[in-house]
Design a protein around this ligand. Structure first.
Ligand code: KMH
Ligand code: ZN
Length: 281
């Protein structure tokens, strides 16, 4: 029997305006309601970007701390905070995200062109962020936007040792204008370069959503979906909401005889520290 599928939902991101996508969850209430619906549809992990009172992206630590608490209270999802933020966020604010005490955080393994912007992740910043995850016992998810990022990940592990929990989990983020393309050949190429024993999910932005999801499932990977990456369900048809994308991912995974992982299975696979109900620090 093939392994079950971890479905990660990335419901908000930092790039889309609420006015352009009214279903985008931008308030804490909207985020928690989305998280509950996505867990019911089969998600095991939530990748979180938050917005301020004007629905603009923010890395405010107090707000992030409240968000982590509310998601823990309302769901059993593994709570992962983005340390990527928006392309304009300074390194100090991205490092401070960890002070909100999430189960997991994203850690991007290199700089990448991002449309007409640049998403900056120089080596020294990667190392500083990685050391902070180890010190605070937070499980990093290595975000890989390009083939060179996989080489940088391998170098990071060689020089700095294993992450907290001892398990390496990665996410291939494909189809970003400026990054690696979202197609089957790239999924397979990057998956083959990953460290031995690593688990990985993949997401394809925009039109590459389905090709990447199908390739990942067939290659033994997990799935990330959500309105951070995908706003169109089918040509000419906007996404209804995040749960619709999770439902579709769960159907594909079930069809592949790799049904969605439970939240407990996700916690075990990733080896996150149990911080629920005062269980951890
Ligand atoms: N918003 C992008 C610039 C992450 O969450 O770590 C970066 C991003 C990656 O979304
Ligand atoms: Zn993100």
């Amino acid at each position: 029997m093939a392994a079950p599928t971890l479905i990660t939902v990335a419901p908000t991101g930092a790039e889309t305006a609420k006015t352009d996508a009214p279903a985008l969850p931008v308030t804490l209430d909207e985020l928690v309601a989305t998280a509950k619906a996505c867990q019911a549809a089969g998600a095991g992990l939530i990748h979180v970007h938050i917005r301020d009172g004007e629905a603009a992206p923010t890395l405010d630590v107090a707000r992030l701390t409240d968000t982590v608490a509310a998601l823990r209270e309302g769901t059993d999802l593994v709570v992962q905070l983005s340390t990527g933020g928006a392309v304009t966020d300074p390194y100090e604010a991205r490092l401070a995200v960890l002070d909100a005490g999430p189960d997991s955080c994203s850690l991007t393994c290199g700089t990448v062109n991002f449309g007409s912007d640049v998403f900056l992740n120089p080596w020294d910043f990667m190392v500083e962020l990685y050391r902070k995850t180890q010190a605070l016992e937070i499980v990093p998810e290595f975000e890989l936007f390009d083939v060179g990022h996989v080489a940088a990940l391998n170098r990071l592990l060689e020089k700095e040792g294993l992450p907290y929990g001892g398990h390496v989990h990665c996410d291939l983020v494909l189809g970003v204008p400026g990054g690696a393309p979202g197609d089957t050949a790239t999924v397979v190429t990057m998956a083959r370069m990953l460290p031995e024993g690593a688990s990985w999910s993949a997401t394809g932005v925009g039109r590459s959503t389905l090709p990447v999801a199908l390739a990942a499932l067939s290659a033994g990977g997990h799935l990330r979906v959500g309105m951070e990456d995908t706003l169109t369900f089918a040509p000419g048809r906007p996404v209804r909401d995040n749960a619709e994308l999770v439902e579709r991912a769960a159907s594909l995974a079930t069809l592949a005889l790799r049904p969605p992982m439970t939240t407990d299975e996700a916690r075990t696979m990733l080896n996150v520290k149990d911080r629920r109900n005062g269980a951890g620090g």
